[in-house]
Structures are given as structure tokens and as C-alpha cells.
Write a protein that binds this ligand. Structure first.
Ligand code: ADP
Length: 498
């Protein structure tokens, strides 16, 4: 591990053709927890290189789609082995480039490994054999799944290996050629991952990596008529831009857009809940990964009669959190991704502090946090979720109270916000729990436990409404949207027998 903590990285776009060095496109990469620490540099993809990459992907598609799924899946399995073998380096890069806790890095790489093995196995089932449909005598009917064409996968920085890999390898194993656009902030780790994928046998024109500016590269990917689908994870706002751009294309087939976007996640706690358990799960969900998980809890609704106990317990737990260097095992909360994020979060905190809403704030050591982009975990009292405009993607918790008689109104207010990603309930009353879970419109409900993200093959992840289109990542249906069906009706009597 230690030898990767000061290694300097340099990558160019990894395309199906050689990309010359171009100093004008090279960006320096610095650590979010120590702005003096340089991780390396990355050359961004120009719009004309992106266009050429689309051309290369378009040409490679027929050959790749005709490659037996067994071979495509085997590449993913070799890739999973390589991710495991290079785990220490990938964890170190996630920490240095993305500010992730080293301990979060283990889960991150493991999740990518699980995606690779799970999608390899699912692809054999979904894309492998023809399903035979009954037909009259002398006629054979087959239902085949094939790739759709050229897919772009556009990924966020908060899971720079897991989400990035999940989208990209799902699209590829289904028979599509792929243009993978990583987030600007985490392009080095994405480059290392794609290098490993190529070493595992993935052809360089089948999966290409286009690091670069979102709007510049995104405009090419969402406007080119040869793109048949986009798998996107990021903000609802960007998903809407991509959707409009895809829809505006002329002479293009109707596209597939698979979007996983933000949430404004809530949890309801009734008076039968156990405050210690509630607080442990709230801290785990709202402040883990510095609150930079799509699944993270943002609004805690506590029934009035237990509110004081829950808040007192929460204050104690927040006072214990350690904020600082993500490479230390003693750290609970690392930095946020960059200065833009820090400034946006700080403005929200200042506004709520100005309204006298502060409930608790974790103390920080100024000499450590002043080196990077840090936000201290904070909790605020608010009147309800409807007073919040958007998700704040950081370690900020909002707390509202409700009376038992108001429960349906509270759920309707959460639903009315339109986001539908995760939701938690803490209660020992089963009929209350089932009533609440049945009324809430979200993709993932968690009862009496921490709110987390995908557990591949077990708890597939994804939302409804403004939070995404589905299908759920890591679930049995995910690969289906990357493929298209063909029926083959064959008059077998007329086959020559060759
Ligand atoms: P976040 O707010 O989480 O950074 P974004 O939606 O801005 O989320 O970014 C998610 C991904 O979308 C990143 O890879 C980013 O580069 C990309 N992106 C940003 N703007 C566009 C755009 N106009 N078209 C396509 N992709 C974009």
C-alpha cells in the first residue's frame, strides 16, 4: 500500500486509436484532503477525439456483438481477478484522488468485483441461449437477446470504481461497444481500472475511456446519432440535459436512457423505536463517506415524544466522530470531493445557522481540515422536507418532528418532493412499518437498519421518479435494458441441411 501513496500518475484518453500528447489538455490532479499533494495529471479528451472514438466504437460493434457471450463473460471474470489483485493500489488511488476513507475503498473495490462476477454469470443466462417458442410443425421459433449498438456510460465521482465499473461492464458484456466517460474528479482511478480491463482481454475499441469535461464530451455522446443508449449516474439536472439532447437528434433510432440520479432521502422514527439503534444507523447513513452517497439519509422525521432522547443521543455520537485524513484508520469522516462542493455545502450550513437551526456539529481540528476541502458533520432542525430545495451532497442532516396523527401527511409530503431513492423506518410496530413502506414511493426501503447502497445480487439499488429510470444496479433485470430482442422464425423444412 505505502508504495502507492506517493506514486505519480499520468494518463491520456484510452481510445481505440493512439492519442498524441497534448499539453494544452493536461490537468493536474490534487488531493481533496491536502491541496498541496499532487496525485498526477490527466489529459482530457477533445470533442474531435470523442467523435473519432464514436466512429471506432461503431465499427467495432458487429464483431463484438458476434463474439460468443461465453468469451465476453470470461473477460469480466479475469477482470474481477485483476481488480482483486490490484486492490491496494486502487484503494490508495480512491483515497488520494477522491478523498475516500481507505476503509470505504475496500467496499468500493469489492463491489466492483461483485458486479463483474454477477454480470458475467447473468450475461450467460440472458444473452447465451435462445429461448425456444412453440410453433407449428416444420417451423422453429427462437427468441435471442443481442447488444443494442454503441453505449455511452457516464459516471459520478462518489463511487469511482464500483459504479463506473458496474455501468461499463454491464453495457459491454451485453454485446455493446462502450464509450466510458468518468467523472472529471476521478479520472485517474478510472484510467487504471480500464487499463486492467484491457489487460483482462477487453479489446481497446470495445471499451474506450474518455476522461474530460462533462458538457464537452457529454455533448458529443448525447448528440451523435450512432449512440444507441446512455447509462448515466449523476445529478437529475444532468440527466435531464442528456435526455433532451438525445431526444433532439434527427435520423437517430429511439435511444435507451438508463439514469440513476439523486435523492432526498428520509427516515421515519416512531415512538416505539430504540434511540441508540436509530442514532447508530443515522450516523452510519448520513455521515459515512462524508454524506456523499446517493443513498445517504438527509431528513430524519422523529415522532415528537422521542425527539429529545434521539437528539441527545445523536449529539453524543456526533461529538465522537473524527474528521480528517482519509488515509488514517482512525478517521470517520474525510473531505468532500472538491472546493466547489465545499463552498456549496458551507453556504447551506451558513444559511441554516443564520436561522438558528443548528442542533449539533462535530468538532474539527483546524490544522488538519484547513489543508483540504472539509465540512464538519452538522445536524439542523427544520420544519419539513418541503422546506429544502435540493439534495445537499455532504455530511448534513436535517431533523423534523411529527405527531402520530400526522404520519400519512408526512409521507405524502416526502412523496410530493418527487425523489424516490431510499427511505428508512425505525419502529418496533410491524403494522406501522408495513403501512409506511406501502405508502412511500421509493426504490429502496430499509427497516430498523442502516440505509446503504447496492449489495450486488442481494439488494439491487435504484430509484423512482426524479431519482432514476431503473432497472436496479446489481439486480437480475439490469442487463436486460442493455440488450434488444430478436425473434427468428425458421421454416426448417426448407433448410438445406448445411
Ligand atoms: P455531480 O453533481 O454528482 O458531479 P453531475 O451530473 O454533474 O453530478 O456529473 C455526473 C457525470 O456527468 C460526470 O461524469 C460529469 O462529467 C457528467 N456530465 C456533466 N455535465 C454533462 C453533460 N452536459 N452531458 C453529459 N455528461 C455530463
Amino acid at each position: 500500500m505505502a508504495r502507492f501513496m506517493d506514486k505519480q500518475y499520468y494518463y491520456r484518453p484510452l481510445l481505440g486509436f493512439d492519442v498524441p500528447e497534448d499539453d494544452s489538455q493536461v490537468k493536474k490532479v490534487i488531493s481533496p484532503y491536502d491541496h498541496e499533494q499532487v496525485v498526477g495529471s490527466i489529459q482530457w479528451t477533445t470533442a474531435s477525439q470523442a467523435e473519432k472514438a464514436v466512429e471506432a466504437a461503431w465499427k467495432a460493434f458487429p464483431g463484438w456483438d458476434a463474439t460468443p457471450v461465453e468469451e465476453r463473460s470470461a473477460i469480466l471474470e479475469r477482470f474481477a481477478d485483476k481488480l482483486e489483485a490490484n486492490m491496494a493500489e486502487l484503494m490508495a488511488l480512491c483515497t488520494r484522488e477522491g478523498g475516500k476513507l481507505l476503509t470505504d475503498g475496500v467496499d468500493e473495490i469489492r463491489e466492483a468485483v461483485d458486479f463483474a462476477r454477477y454480470y458475467a454469470a447473468r450475461a450467460r443466462e440472458v444473452f447465451g441461449e435462445a429461448t425456444l417458442l412453440p410453433g407449428p410443425t416444420g417451423e422453429s421459433n427462437e427468441l435471442m437477446m443481442m447488444g443494442r449498438g454503441v453505449f455511452a456510460t457516464i459516471s459520478p465521482w462518489n463511487f469511482p470504481v464500483a459504479i463506473f465499473c458496474g455501468q461499463t461492464i454491464a453495457a459491454a458484456v451485453a454485446g455493446n461497444t462502450v464509450l466510458a466517460k468518468p467523472a472529471e474528479q476521478t479520472s485517474l482511478v478510472a484510467s487504471r481500472v480500464i487499463e486492467l480491463l484491457h489487460e483482462a482481454g477487453m479489446p481497446k475499441d470495445v471499451v474506450q475511456l474518455l476522461p474530460g469535461d462533462g458538457p464537452t464530451v457529454g455533448a458529443v455522446l448525447s448528440s451523435d446519432p450512432r449512440i444507441t443508449g446512455i447509462a448515466f449516474t449523476g445529478s437529475t439536472h444532468t440527466a435531464q440535459i442528456i435526455n433532451r439532447s438525445l431526444a433532439a437528434r434527427e435520423n437517430a433510432a429511439l435511444p435507451t436512457l438508463i439514469a440513476e440520479t439523486g435523492g432526498l432521502n428520509a427516515m421515519i422514527v416512531d415512538s416505539t423505536a430504540l434511540p441508540e439503534q436509530v442514532v447508530s444507523d443515522v450516523v452510519g447513513s448520513s455521515f459515512q463517506s462524508a454524506g456523499q452517497r446517493c443513498s445517504a439519509l438527509r431528513v430524519l422525521y422523529v415522532q415528537e415524544d422521542v425527539a429529545d432522547r434521539v437528539i441527545d443521543t445523536l449529539k453524543g455520537a456526533m461529538a465522537e466522530l473524527s474528521v480528517g485524513d482519509p488515509s488514517l484508520l482512525s478517521t470517520d469522516v474525510g473531505p468532500v470531493i472538491d472546493e466547489d462542493a465545499r463552498k456549496g455545502l458551507q453556504a447551506h450550513i451558513d444559511k441554516l445557522k443564520g436561522e438558528n437551526r443548528l442542533v449539533a456539529e462535530t468538532p474539527v481540528d483546524e490544522s488538519i481540515v484547513s489543508k483540504g476541502s472539509f465540512i464538519a458533520p452538522t445536524a439542523f432542525k427544520i420544519d419539513g422536507i418541503d422546506t429544502l430545495e435540493t439534495e445537499q451532497f455532504g455530511p448534513i442532516l436535517h431533523i423534523a418532528t411529527f405527531k402520530a396523527s400526522e404520519i400519512d401527511q408526512v409521507i405524502d409530503t416526502i412523496n410530493a418532493k418527487g425523489f424516490g431513492l431510499t427511505f428508512g423506518v425505525h419502529s418496533r410496530n410491524e403494522s406501522f412499518t408495513r403501512h409506511v413502506a406501502g405508502r412511500i414511493r421509493v426504490g429502496n426501503v430499509y427497516v430498523n437498519r442502516n440505509i446503504i447502497g447496492a449489495v450486488v445480487g442481494v439488494q439491487p439499488f435504484g430509484g423512482q421518479g426524479f431519482s432514476g429510470t431503473g432497472p436496479k444496479a446489481g439486480g437480475p433485470h439490469y442487463l436486460l435494458r442493455f440488450g434488444t430482442e430478436q425473434t427468428r422464425t425458421i421454416n426448417t423444412a426448407a433448410l438445406g441441411g448445411n
